[in-house]
Design a protein. Structure first.
Length: 293
């Protein structure tokens, strides 16, 4: 792994918050193990091994019943590690893949059978080299026929530029990590208002209220500066928000998050039982385990 890589927490705390039955960790990853699932040559980082056995152990320890495993950029468009984890989960995991335009219909069908229900488009330049819009549009049109959705990852400053493209996609669109707001700016400021307008005016959009550890300037253990942003989204769009740990926390350089404390972040942003039920159970079940899926 990279010399400055921070491996996941070896001994996370047991959460004080008890997750409701049926809770889904709707954003996590698997890395390798490299001896079995090699990393992509074009990757921009080399992580530690963080395979399915460690993920499922954490799932059970924290109290989740299911996972949504998002393809990691270090594996490129080789979804083997993610699909292997889905098949090993006993229908307790769904996946979000990375595919290229030359993916065959048979390969898409195989991913669907494994449990994939979406594709991820990454526009964060420090992680990938984004492609022209037409590259992604062709993929979106093909996966729409399967009932899949698109996950987009971008920096808040890039939303205006990508607005027309994102809103023209022919699928449900899930935004990673609240569109990465600048949490030092006011929650009622123009940048976050742009994202709220996107959610308000386009009901096909969902938001993951994830990664306080990644967005915070105040830092651990409480990530207080992220609370107003996530809480606003949860209360404004209760039926279109998701939550996940982001385990094993790729590319974090400041600290190693305690996944138990991350779970304890949930009741601070979803302050009623009903909001928690939407966030952790109903919304991910509808997106990933509904009849059409």
């Amino acid at each position: 792994m990279d010399a400055d890589w921070l491996p996941f927490h070896p001994d996370p705390s047991l959460p004080e918050f008890t997750l409701p039955p049926g809770s889904v960790d709707a954003h996590c990853h698997v890395f390798g193990p490299e001896s079995e699932f090699g990393f992509a040559a074009e990757r921009k980082y080399t992580p530690c091994d963080a395979g399915k056995d460690e993920l499922f152990k954490l799932r059970d320890f924290l109290g989740f019943e299911r996972n949504v495993i998002v393809q990691a950029t270090c594996h490129g468009a080789d979804n083997s590690a993610m699909a292997d984890a889905l098949r090993a989960s006993g229908d307790r995991a769904r996946g979000v893949a990375t595919v290229r335009p030359d993916v065959t219909d048979d390969e898409l069908a195989e991913l669907h059978e494994a449990g994939v229900r979406g594709v991820r488009f990454n526009f964060v330049k420090r992680l990938v080299d984004p492609k022209p819009d037409a590259y992604y549009r062709g993929i979106a049109e093909r996966i729409a026929r399967l009932g899949w959705h698109v996950v987009v990852y971008f920096e808040a400053a890039d939303l205006a530029e990508r607005w027309d493209f994102f809103t023209s996609l022919p699928t449900v669109v899930v935004v990673d990590h609240m569109g990465r707001p600048d949490v030092t700016a006011p929650v009622d400021g123009p940048e976050f208002e742009r994202f709220l307008t996107l959610m308000r005016d386009h009901r096909q959009f969902y938001a993951k209220v994830t990664c306080p550890d990644r967005l915070s300037v105040a830092g651990p253990p409480d990530y207080d500066d992220v609370v107003p942003f996530a809480k606003t989204l949860v209360e404004s769009f209760p039926d279109r928000v998701l939550w996940g740990t982001d385990w094993p926390h790729p590319n974090l350089k400041s600290h190693v998050p305690d996944d138990g404390r991350l779970v304890d972040f949930v009741p601070r942003i979803a302050v009623t039982e009903q909001l928690r039920q939407y966030l952790l159970v109903d919304n991910p079940a509808r997106l990933y385990w509904s009849d059409y899926a």
